[in-house]
Design a protein around this ligand. Structure first.
Ligand code: NMX
Ligand code: MLT
Length: 468
Protein backbone atom coordinates (compact mmCIF):
# COMPACT_ATOMS: atom_id res chain seq x y z
CA UNK A 1 0.00 0.00 0.00
CA UNK A 2 1.27 3.48 -0.87
CA UNK A 3 1.97 5.50 2.26
CA UNK A 4 2.68 9.20 2.61
CA UNK A 5 3.09 11.52 5.57
CA UNK A 6 -0.54 12.12 6.27
CA UNK A 7 -0.38 15.78 7.20
CA UNK A 8 2.42 16.87 4.93
CA UNK A 9 0.34 15.77 1.89
CA UNK A 10 -2.69 17.54 3.30
CA UNK A 11 -1.68 20.99 4.44
CA UNK A 12 -2.58 24.44 3.26
CA UNK A 13 0.27 25.55 0.98
CA UNK A 14 2.16 28.35 2.61
CA UNK A 15 0.28 27.40 5.79
CA UNK A 16 0.88 30.02 8.40
CA UNK A 17 -0.56 32.88 6.32
CA UNK A 18 -4.17 33.60 7.33
CA UNK A 19 -6.53 33.13 4.38
CA UNK A 20 -8.18 36.45 3.48
CA UNK A 21 -11.45 36.59 5.42
CA UNK A 22 -13.41 38.08 2.55
CA UNK A 23 -12.43 35.18 0.34
CA UNK A 24 -13.30 32.68 3.05
CA UNK A 25 -16.67 34.34 3.58
CA UNK A 26 -17.42 34.40 -0.14
CA UNK A 27 -16.42 30.80 -0.71
CA UNK A 28 -18.53 29.71 2.27
CA UNK A 29 -21.52 31.63 0.98
CA UNK A 30 -20.92 30.17 -2.48
CA UNK A 31 -21.26 26.62 -1.21
CA UNK A 32 -24.88 25.56 -1.82
CA UNK A 33 -24.82 22.90 0.87
CA UNK A 34 -23.56 25.32 3.54
CA UNK A 35 -26.17 27.86 2.45
CA UNK A 36 -28.81 25.13 2.77
CA UNK A 37 -27.48 24.08 6.18
CA UNK A 38 -27.54 27.67 7.42
CA UNK A 39 -31.07 28.09 6.08
CA UNK A 40 -32.26 25.02 7.95
CA UNK A 41 -30.60 26.07 11.21
CA UNK A 42 -32.05 29.56 10.89
CA UNK A 43 -35.53 28.17 10.13
CA UNK A 44 -35.47 25.89 13.17
CA UNK A 45 -34.04 28.66 15.33
CA UNK A 46 -36.91 31.02 14.58
CA UNK A 47 -39.28 29.08 16.83
CA UNK A 48 -36.67 28.09 19.36
CA UNK A 49 -35.34 31.61 19.91
CA UNK A 50 -38.92 32.88 20.22
CA UNK A 51 -39.62 30.10 22.73
CA UNK A 52 -36.56 31.07 24.74
CA UNK A 53 -37.77 34.67 24.90
CA UNK A 54 -41.26 33.50 25.92
CA UNK A 55 -39.84 31.25 28.65
CA UNK A 56 -37.77 34.09 30.02
CA UNK A 57 -40.96 36.11 30.54
CA UNK A 58 -41.87 33.47 33.13
CA UNK A 59 -38.25 33.27 34.19
CA UNK A 60 -38.98 32.85 37.91
CA UNK A 61 -40.91 29.58 37.36
CA UNK A 62 -39.41 26.95 39.67
CA UNK A 63 -38.06 23.79 38.03
CA UNK A 64 -36.16 22.29 40.95
CA UNK A 65 -35.13 22.63 44.58
CA UNK A 66 -31.41 22.63 45.25
CA UNK A 67 -29.87 20.73 48.13
CA UNK A 68 -26.59 20.94 50.00
CA UNK A 69 -25.76 17.50 48.59
CA UNK A 70 -26.13 18.72 44.98
CA UNK A 71 -23.91 21.69 45.69
CA UNK A 72 -21.13 19.62 47.24
CA UNK A 73 -21.34 16.54 45.01
CA UNK A 74 -20.41 17.80 41.59
CA UNK A 75 -23.66 19.63 40.74
CA UNK A 76 -25.13 16.20 40.04
CA UNK A 77 -28.76 16.41 38.77
CA UNK A 78 -28.85 20.21 38.87
CA UNK A 79 -30.76 21.40 35.82
CA UNK A 80 -28.75 24.47 35.03
CA UNK A 81 -28.15 24.78 31.31
CA UNK A 82 -29.89 24.61 27.96
CA UNK A 83 -28.81 22.06 25.33
CA UNK A 84 -30.98 21.64 22.26
CA UNK A 85 -29.09 18.98 20.30
CA UNK A 86 -29.68 15.94 22.50
CA UNK A 87 -31.25 14.82 25.76
CA UNK A 88 -30.20 12.03 28.12
CA UNK A 89 -32.85 9.89 29.81
CA UNK A 90 -31.61 7.86 32.79
CA UNK A 91 -33.39 4.73 31.55
CA UNK A 92 -33.49 5.09 27.78
CA UNK A 93 -30.16 6.76 27.13
CA UNK A 94 -29.33 9.54 24.72
CA UNK A 95 -31.70 10.86 22.06
CA UNK A 96 -30.38 12.99 19.20
CA UNK A 97 -33.04 15.63 18.52
CA UNK A 98 -35.68 13.30 19.93
CA UNK A 99 -34.48 10.16 18.12
CA UNK A 100 -33.12 7.29 20.19
CA UNK A 101 -29.75 6.01 19.04
CA UNK A 102 -31.41 2.89 17.66
CA UNK A 103 -33.76 5.07 15.59
CA UNK A 104 -31.00 7.45 14.54
CA UNK A 105 -28.75 4.59 13.48
CA UNK A 106 -31.56 3.09 11.45
CA UNK A 107 -32.68 6.34 9.78
CA UNK A 108 -29.38 8.10 9.08
CA UNK A 109 -27.94 7.69 5.55
CA UNK A 110 -25.31 4.98 5.20
CA UNK A 111 -22.15 4.45 3.15
CA UNK A 112 -22.78 2.31 0.03
CA UNK A 113 -23.58 -1.21 1.25
CA UNK A 114 -23.17 -0.11 4.88
CA UNK A 115 -25.40 -0.48 7.94
CA UNK A 116 -23.98 2.15 10.29
CA UNK A 117 -25.49 5.63 10.30
CA UNK A 118 -22.96 8.16 8.97
CA UNK A 119 -21.64 10.46 11.69
CA UNK A 120 -21.56 13.56 9.47
CA UNK A 121 -25.28 12.92 8.85
CA UNK A 122 -25.71 12.75 12.65
CA UNK A 123 -23.98 16.16 12.83
CA UNK A 124 -26.50 17.53 10.32
CA UNK A 125 -29.30 16.06 12.46
CA UNK A 126 -27.90 17.67 15.63
CA UNK A 127 -27.62 21.03 13.86
CA UNK A 128 -30.93 21.08 12.00
CA UNK A 129 -33.25 18.59 13.71
CA UNK A 130 -33.62 16.77 10.37
CA UNK A 131 -32.27 13.53 8.95
CA UNK A 132 -30.44 14.63 5.80
CA UNK A 133 -31.30 13.04 2.48
CA UNK A 134 -28.69 10.91 0.71
CA UNK A 135 -27.98 13.85 -1.64
CA UNK A 136 -27.60 16.32 1.22
CA UNK A 137 -25.29 13.91 3.02
CA UNK A 138 -23.12 13.43 -0.08
CA UNK A 139 -22.84 17.19 -0.60
CA UNK A 140 -22.10 17.74 3.08
CA UNK A 141 -19.38 15.07 3.06
CA UNK A 142 -17.88 16.76 -0.02
CA UNK A 143 -17.99 20.11 1.79
CA UNK A 144 -16.04 18.65 4.71
CA UNK A 145 -13.47 17.21 2.30
CA UNK A 146 -13.12 20.64 0.70
CA UNK A 147 -12.35 22.17 4.09
CA UNK A 148 -9.97 19.47 5.31
CA UNK A 149 -6.58 21.00 4.48
CA UNK A 150 -4.69 21.45 7.73
CA UNK A 151 -2.66 24.66 8.13
CA UNK A 152 1.08 23.97 8.01
CA UNK A 153 1.70 25.53 11.43
CA UNK A 154 -0.24 22.65 12.99
CA UNK A 155 2.26 20.17 11.56
CA UNK A 156 5.11 22.33 12.81
CA UNK A 157 3.58 22.45 16.29
CA UNK A 158 3.09 18.68 16.36
CA UNK A 159 6.64 18.07 15.25
CA UNK A 160 7.92 19.87 18.37
CA UNK A 161 6.10 17.44 20.70
CA UNK A 162 7.88 14.35 21.98
CA UNK A 163 6.23 11.26 20.49
CA UNK A 164 5.46 9.94 23.95
CA UNK A 165 3.24 12.95 24.65
CA UNK A 166 -0.23 11.53 25.31
CA UNK A 167 -2.27 11.56 22.06
CA UNK A 168 -4.99 13.63 23.77
CA UNK A 169 -2.44 16.30 24.70
CA UNK A 170 -1.25 16.32 21.10
CA UNK A 171 -4.81 16.69 19.85
CA UNK A 172 -5.70 19.51 22.21
CA UNK A 173 -2.52 21.37 21.25
CA UNK A 174 -3.38 20.96 17.56
CA UNK A 175 -6.77 22.57 18.18
CA UNK A 176 -4.99 25.52 19.78
CA UNK A 177 -2.54 25.67 16.89
CA UNK A 178 -5.50 25.98 14.52
CA UNK A 179 -6.98 28.81 16.57
CA UNK A 180 -4.89 31.40 14.76
CA UNK A 181 -7.12 30.93 11.72
CA UNK A 182 -10.39 31.20 13.62
CA UNK A 183 -12.91 33.05 11.46
CA UNK A 184 -15.13 33.70 14.51
CA UNK A 185 -12.26 35.32 16.35
CA UNK A 186 -11.21 37.45 13.35
CA UNK A 187 -14.79 38.57 12.76
CA UNK A 188 -15.17 39.44 16.44
CA UNK A 189 -12.10 41.66 16.19
CA UNK A 190 -13.69 43.35 13.18
CA UNK A 191 -16.77 44.05 15.32
CA UNK A 192 -19.34 41.57 14.03
CA UNK A 193 -22.93 41.96 15.17
CA UNK A 194 -24.31 39.54 17.78
CA UNK A 195 -26.73 38.01 15.29
CA UNK A 196 -23.79 36.90 13.13
CA UNK A 197 -22.03 35.00 15.93
CA UNK A 198 -23.63 31.67 15.10
CA UNK A 199 -22.70 31.77 11.41
CA UNK A 200 -19.03 32.34 12.15
CA UNK A 201 -19.11 29.75 14.92
CA UNK A 202 -20.53 27.38 12.28
CA UNK A 203 -17.76 28.28 9.83
CA UNK A 204 -15.11 27.40 12.43
CA UNK A 205 -17.04 24.30 13.46
CA UNK A 206 -17.12 23.00 9.87
CA UNK A 207 -13.41 23.66 9.39
CA UNK A 208 -12.56 22.01 12.70
CA UNK A 209 -14.66 18.93 11.99
CA UNK A 210 -13.26 18.62 8.48
CA UNK A 211 -9.69 18.70 9.78
CA UNK A 212 -9.84 16.78 13.04
CA UNK A 213 -9.72 13.29 11.44
CA UNK A 214 -6.62 14.29 9.46
CA UNK A 215 -4.87 15.57 12.58
CA UNK A 216 -6.03 12.59 14.66
CA UNK A 217 -4.76 10.10 12.05
CA UNK A 218 -1.43 11.91 11.90
CA UNK A 219 -1.12 11.76 15.69
CA UNK A 220 -1.72 8.00 15.54
CA UNK A 221 0.81 7.45 12.76
CA UNK A 222 3.55 9.59 14.32
CA UNK A 223 3.03 8.19 17.82
CA UNK A 224 2.68 4.50 17.09
CA UNK A 225 4.00 3.99 13.53
CA UNK A 226 6.58 5.67 11.30
CA UNK A 227 4.58 8.81 10.52
CA UNK A 228 3.49 7.71 7.06
CA UNK A 229 -0.10 6.77 6.26
CA UNK A 230 -2.42 5.95 3.38
CA UNK A 231 -3.28 9.14 1.46
CA UNK A 232 -6.44 11.14 2.17
CA UNK A 233 -9.31 9.66 0.13
CA UNK A 234 -12.07 12.15 -0.63
CA UNK A 235 -14.11 9.43 -2.34
CA UNK A 236 -14.82 8.04 1.11
CA UNK A 237 -17.13 9.45 3.77
CA UNK A 238 -15.79 11.41 6.77
CA UNK A 239 -15.43 8.41 9.09
CA UNK A 240 -14.49 5.89 6.39
CA UNK A 241 -11.63 8.14 5.33
CA UNK A 242 -10.49 8.55 8.95
CA UNK A 243 -10.49 4.77 9.36
CA UNK A 244 -8.41 4.25 6.23
CA UNK A 245 -5.94 7.02 7.17
CA UNK A 246 -5.26 5.21 10.45
CA UNK A 247 -3.74 2.54 8.22
CA UNK A 248 -4.40 -0.41 10.52
CA UNK A 249 -7.03 -2.30 8.56
CA UNK A 250 -8.25 -1.96 4.97
CA UNK A 251 -11.51 -3.81 5.46
CA UNK A 252 -14.96 -2.35 4.94
CA UNK A 253 -15.87 -3.86 8.33
CA UNK A 254 -13.36 -1.60 10.12
CA UNK A 255 -14.75 1.42 8.28
CA UNK A 256 -18.27 0.40 9.34
CA UNK A 257 -17.10 -0.09 12.92
CA UNK A 258 -15.52 3.40 12.87
CA UNK A 259 -18.66 4.97 11.37
CA UNK A 260 -20.76 3.38 14.10
CA UNK A 261 -18.31 4.42 16.82
CA UNK A 262 -18.24 8.03 15.61
CA UNK A 263 -22.03 8.17 15.27
CA UNK A 264 -22.65 6.73 18.75
CA UNK A 265 -20.24 8.97 20.65
CA UNK A 266 -21.24 12.22 18.93
CA UNK A 267 -23.32 13.83 21.66
CA UNK A 268 -24.44 13.16 25.25
CA UNK A 269 -26.44 16.28 26.14
CA UNK A 270 -24.76 19.27 27.74
CA UNK A 271 -23.73 18.25 31.25
CA UNK A 272 -20.92 15.76 30.58
CA UNK A 273 -17.46 17.12 31.32
CA UNK A 274 -16.26 17.76 27.76
CA UNK A 275 -19.54 19.24 26.51
CA UNK A 276 -19.96 21.34 29.62
CA UNK A 277 -16.36 22.56 29.42
CA UNK A 278 -16.58 23.56 25.77
CA UNK A 279 -19.95 25.21 26.43
CA UNK A 280 -18.55 27.15 29.38
CA UNK A 281 -15.45 28.31 27.50
CA UNK A 282 -17.56 29.19 24.47
CA UNK A 283 -19.87 31.27 26.66
CA UNK A 284 -17.01 33.74 27.15
CA UNK A 285 -17.09 34.05 23.33
CA UNK A 286 -13.84 32.16 23.09
CA UNK A 287 -13.92 30.70 19.58
CA UNK A 288 -14.66 27.01 18.74
CA UNK A 289 -10.95 26.06 18.66
CA UNK A 290 -10.34 27.38 22.18
CA UNK A 291 -13.56 25.79 23.36
CA UNK A 292 -12.82 22.36 21.93
CA UNK A 293 -9.18 22.39 23.06
CA UNK A 294 -10.53 22.93 26.59
CA UNK A 295 -13.26 20.29 26.14
CA UNK A 296 -10.62 17.79 25.05
CA UNK A 297 -8.68 18.35 28.26
CA UNK A 298 -11.83 17.30 30.14
CA UNK A 299 -12.40 14.32 27.87
CA UNK A 300 -8.85 13.21 28.71
CA UNK A 301 -9.82 12.46 32.33
CA UNK A 302 -10.09 8.78 33.40
CA UNK A 303 -13.58 9.25 34.85
CA UNK A 304 -14.75 10.60 31.47
CA UNK A 305 -13.37 9.81 27.99
CA UNK A 306 -10.11 8.21 29.09
CA UNK A 307 -12.18 5.39 30.62
CA UNK A 308 -12.06 3.62 27.21
CA UNK A 309 -8.26 3.47 27.46
CA UNK A 310 -8.41 2.34 31.07
CA UNK A 311 -11.02 -0.25 30.29
CA UNK A 312 -8.99 -1.92 27.59
CA UNK A 313 -5.93 -1.83 29.83
CA UNK A 314 -7.96 -3.55 32.55
CA UNK A 315 -9.25 -6.19 30.14
CA UNK A 316 -5.79 -6.87 28.68
CA UNK A 317 -4.25 -7.18 32.14
CA UNK A 318 -7.02 -9.54 33.21
CA UNK A 319 -6.52 -11.59 30.05
CA UNK A 320 -2.79 -11.80 30.74
CA UNK A 321 -3.39 -12.90 34.32
CA UNK A 322 -5.78 -15.58 33.10
CA UNK A 323 -2.84 -17.08 31.19
CA UNK A 324 -4.99 -18.94 28.68
CA UNK A 325 -7.59 -20.04 31.24
CA UNK A 326 -11.26 -19.58 30.15
CA UNK A 327 -12.73 -16.53 31.90
CA UNK A 328 -15.56 -17.41 34.27
CA UNK A 329 -17.94 -15.30 36.32
CA UNK A 330 -16.24 -16.54 39.51
CA UNK A 331 -12.75 -15.50 38.37
CA UNK A 332 -13.95 -12.12 37.06
CA UNK A 333 -15.85 -11.47 40.30
CA UNK A 334 -12.60 -11.92 42.19
CA UNK A 335 -10.67 -9.59 39.79
CA UNK A 336 -13.36 -6.92 40.14
CA UNK A 337 -13.31 -7.20 43.92
CA UNK A 338 -9.51 -6.90 43.90
CA UNK A 339 -9.72 -3.77 41.74
CA UNK A 340 -12.11 -2.14 44.21
CA UNK A 341 -9.99 -3.25 47.16
CA UNK A 342 -6.93 -1.60 45.58
CA UNK A 343 -8.83 1.73 45.64
CA UNK A 344 -9.45 1.93 41.88
CA UNK A 345 -12.69 2.32 39.95
CA UNK A 346 -13.75 -0.37 37.50
CA UNK A 347 -13.58 1.46 34.17
CA UNK A 348 -16.49 1.17 31.77
CA UNK A 349 -19.12 0.77 34.49
CA UNK A 350 -21.29 3.37 36.20
CA UNK A 351 -22.60 6.73 35.08
CA UNK A 352 -23.49 10.17 36.39
CA UNK A 353 -26.97 10.12 34.82
CA UNK A 354 -27.73 6.70 33.27
CA UNK A 355 -29.31 4.10 35.53
CA UNK A 356 -29.48 1.27 32.99
CA UNK A 357 -27.08 -0.36 30.55
CA UNK A 358 -25.91 2.34 28.14
CA UNK A 359 -27.65 1.84 24.74
CA UNK A 360 -24.31 2.72 23.13
CA UNK A 361 -22.92 -0.40 24.83
CA UNK A 362 -25.84 -2.46 23.55
CA UNK A 363 -25.43 -1.25 19.96
CA UNK A 364 -21.69 -1.96 19.99
CA UNK A 365 -22.41 -5.40 21.47
CA UNK A 366 -24.78 -6.14 18.60
CA UNK A 367 -22.06 -5.08 16.15
CA UNK A 368 -19.47 -7.28 17.86
CA UNK A 369 -21.83 -10.26 17.94
CA UNK A 370 -22.39 -9.87 14.20
CA UNK A 371 -18.74 -9.34 13.24
CA UNK A 372 -16.45 -11.04 15.79
CA UNK A 373 -18.43 -13.18 18.26
CA UNK A 374 -15.42 -15.40 18.97
CA UNK A 375 -12.88 -12.69 19.68
CA UNK A 376 -11.29 -13.62 23.04
CA UNK A 377 -11.44 -10.06 24.39
CA UNK A 378 -15.10 -9.74 23.41
CA UNK A 379 -15.82 -13.01 25.19
CA UNK A 380 -14.02 -11.67 28.25
CA UNK A 381 -16.01 -8.41 28.09
CA UNK A 382 -19.20 -10.49 28.02
CA UNK A 383 -18.21 -12.32 31.18
CA UNK A 384 -17.48 -8.92 32.77
CA UNK A 385 -21.05 -7.90 31.94
CA UNK A 386 -22.24 -10.81 34.08
CA UNK A 387 -19.69 -10.53 36.87
CA UNK A 388 -19.11 -6.81 37.50
CA UNK A 389 -22.59 -5.34 38.17
CA UNK A 390 -23.21 -7.56 41.24
CA UNK A 391 -19.78 -6.60 42.62
CA UNK A 392 -20.58 -2.90 42.23
CA UNK A 393 -24.08 -3.40 43.64
CA UNK A 394 -22.59 -5.08 46.69
CA UNK A 395 -20.72 -1.88 47.59
CA UNK A 396 -24.11 -0.32 48.36
CA UNK A 397 -23.00 3.05 47.01
CA UNK A 398 -22.64 2.74 43.22
CA UNK A 399 -25.80 4.22 41.72
CA UNK A 400 -25.46 2.55 38.32
CA UNK A 401 -23.63 -0.81 38.24
CA UNK A 402 -24.22 -1.30 34.50
CA UNK A 403 -21.75 -0.91 31.64
CA UNK A 404 -21.32 2.39 29.80
CA UNK A 405 -20.08 3.04 26.26
CA UNK A 406 -16.42 2.62 27.24
CA UNK A 407 -16.85 -0.99 28.30
CA UNK A 408 -16.81 -2.18 24.68
CA UNK A 409 -15.52 0.55 22.37
CA UNK A 410 -11.86 -0.43 22.81
CA UNK A 411 -12.68 -4.10 22.35
CA UNK A 412 -14.11 -3.24 18.92
CA UNK A 413 -11.07 -1.17 17.92
CA UNK A 414 -8.51 -3.76 19.03
CA UNK A 415 -10.22 -6.48 17.00
CA UNK A 416 -9.40 -4.53 13.83
CA UNK A 417 -5.79 -3.95 14.84
CA UNK A 418 -6.07 -0.54 16.52
CA UNK A 419 -4.65 -1.95 19.71
CA UNK A 420 -2.78 0.99 21.27
CA UNK A 421 -5.30 1.87 23.97
CA UNK A 422 -3.61 5.21 24.71
CA UNK A 423 -5.13 6.36 21.42
CA UNK A 424 -8.74 5.41 22.10
CA UNK A 425 -9.85 8.69 23.64
CA UNK A 426 -8.77 10.46 20.46
CA UNK A 427 -11.32 8.40 18.51
CA UNK A 428 -13.94 9.43 21.08
CA UNK A 429 -12.77 13.03 20.65
CA UNK A 430 -13.10 13.01 16.86
CA UNK A 431 -16.69 11.91 17.36
CA UNK A 432 -17.58 14.22 20.26
CA UNK A 433 -16.38 17.24 18.26
CA UNK A 434 -19.67 16.82 16.35
CA UNK A 435 -21.91 17.28 19.37
CA UNK A 436 -19.84 19.97 21.03
CA UNK A 437 -19.56 21.99 17.82
CA UNK A 438 -23.30 21.66 17.14
CA UNK A 439 -23.94 22.87 20.68
CA UNK A 440 -21.63 25.81 20.30
CA UNK A 441 -23.41 26.93 17.13
CA UNK A 442 -26.76 26.68 18.89
CA UNK A 443 -25.56 28.48 22.00
CA UNK A 444 -24.45 31.42 19.85
CA UNK A 445 -27.66 31.22 17.83
CA UNK A 446 -29.75 31.41 21.02
CA UNK A 447 -27.63 34.25 22.33
CA UNK A 448 -26.90 32.40 25.57
CA UNK A 449 -24.94 34.61 27.96
CA UNK A 450 -21.62 34.05 29.68
CA UNK A 451 -21.98 31.15 32.11
CA UNK A 452 -21.24 32.16 35.65
CA UNK A 453 -22.83 30.07 38.43
CA UNK A 454 -22.58 31.14 42.07
CA UNK A 455 -20.27 29.16 44.31
CA UNK A 456 -20.68 28.82 48.08
CA UNK A 457 -18.31 28.35 50.98
CA UNK A 458 -18.87 25.48 53.39
CA UNK A 459 -19.65 28.10 56.07
CA UNK A 460 -22.43 29.53 53.92
CA UNK A 461 -23.82 26.02 53.35
CA UNK A 462 -23.65 25.34 57.07
CA UNK A 463 -25.56 28.55 57.77
CA UNK A 464 -28.19 27.53 55.20
CA UNK A 465 -28.50 24.07 56.76
CA UNK A 466 -28.90 25.56 60.27
CA UNK A 467 -31.72 27.83 59.12
CA UNK A 468 -33.91 24.82 58.23
N1 NMX B 1 -16.04 1.47 40.07
C1 NMX B 1 -15.82 1.73 41.36
N2 NMX B 1 -16.50 2.64 42.08
C2 NMX B 1 -17.47 3.29 41.44
C3 NMX B 1 -17.80 3.05 40.09
C4 NMX B 1 -17.02 2.11 39.40
N3 NMX B 1 -17.20 1.84 38.10
N4 NMX B 1 -18.83 3.85 39.75
C5 NMX B 1 -19.13 4.57 40.84
N5 NMX B 1 -18.31 4.24 41.85
C6 NMX B 1 -18.25 4.83 43.19
C7 NMX B 1 -17.87 6.31 43.09
O1 NMX B 1 -16.48 6.45 42.95
C8 NMX B 1 -18.43 6.85 44.38
O2 NMX B 1 -17.56 6.46 45.41
P1 NMX B 1 -17.30 7.42 46.70
O3 NMX B 1 -18.64 7.70 47.29
O4 NMX B 1 -16.40 6.63 47.56
O5 NMX B 1 -16.66 8.68 46.15
C9 NMX B 1 -19.72 6.04 44.54
O6 NMX B 1 -19.55 4.84 43.78
C10 NMX B 1 -20.97 6.76 44.06
O7 NMX B 1 -20.76 7.17 42.73
P2 NMX B 1 -21.99 7.32 41.72
O8 NMX B 1 -22.88 8.40 42.26
O9 NMX B 1 -22.59 6.01 41.43
O10 NMX B 1 -21.26 7.80 40.39
P3 NMX B 1 -20.76 9.27 40.00
O11 NMX B 1 -21.91 9.96 39.33
O12 NMX B 1 -20.12 9.97 41.13
O13 NMX B 1 -19.62 8.93 38.96
C11 NMX B 1 -18.66 7.82 37.10
C12 NMX B 1 -19.92 8.45 37.66
C13 NMX B 1 -18.89 7.46 35.64
C14 NMX B 1 -17.52 8.84 37.17
C15 NMX B 1 -18.32 6.53 37.90
O14 NMX B 1 -19.37 5.59 37.75
C16 NMX B 1 -17.01 5.91 37.54
O15 NMX B 1 -15.97 6.33 38.07
N6 NMX B 1 -17.00 4.91 36.59
C17 NMX B 1 -15.77 4.33 36.11
C18 NMX B 1 -15.13 5.25 35.09
C19 NMX B 1 -15.92 5.27 33.81
O16 NMX B 1 -16.29 4.24 33.26
N7 NMX B 1 -16.16 6.49 33.29
C20 NMX B 1 -16.78 6.62 31.98
C21 NMX B 1 -18.10 7.37 31.97
C22 NMX B 1 -18.63 7.44 30.57
N8 NMX B 1 -17.81 8.29 29.70
O17 NMX B 1 -17.47 7.90 28.63
O18 NMX B 1 -17.50 9.43 30.04
C1 MLT C 1 -20.42 10.86 27.76
O1 MLT C 1 -20.63 10.27 26.71
O2 MLT C 1 -20.17 12.08 27.77
C2 MLT C 1 -20.38 10.08 29.03
O3 MLT C 1 -21.28 9.03 29.01
C3 MLT C 1 -20.38 10.89 30.29
C4 MLT C 1 -21.62 11.65 30.64
O4 MLT C 1 -22.62 11.69 29.95
O5 MLT C 1 -21.57 12.25 31.75
Amino acid sequence: MQRVAVLSQHVVAGGPARPPLGAAATSAAASPIVAKLKGKIAALAKDRVALKAELLKAGDTKIQDLTVEMCINGARSIKAMVTETSDLDAAKGIAYRGLSLFEANQKLPKAPGGESGLPEAAFWLLLTGEIPSAEETAAFTAELHARSAVPANVLTTLATLPKDTHPMTQLSMCMLAMQKDSKFSAKYQEGMMKNAYWEWALEDALDLIARIPVVAAHIYRRTFKDGSAPPYDSKLDWAGNYAQMLGVNDSEAFKECTRLYLMLHADHEGGNVSAHTSHLVGSALSDPYYSWAAGLCGLAGPLHGLANQECLRWLKETQKNLGGQEPTVEILTKYAQDTLASGKVIPGFGHGVLRQTDPRYTIQKEFAEAHFPDDPLFKLANVCFQAIPPVLQATGKVKNPWPNVDALSGTCMQYYGLNQEDYYTVVFAVSRSLGCMANLVWSRMMGLPIERPKSMTLDALEAAAKKQ
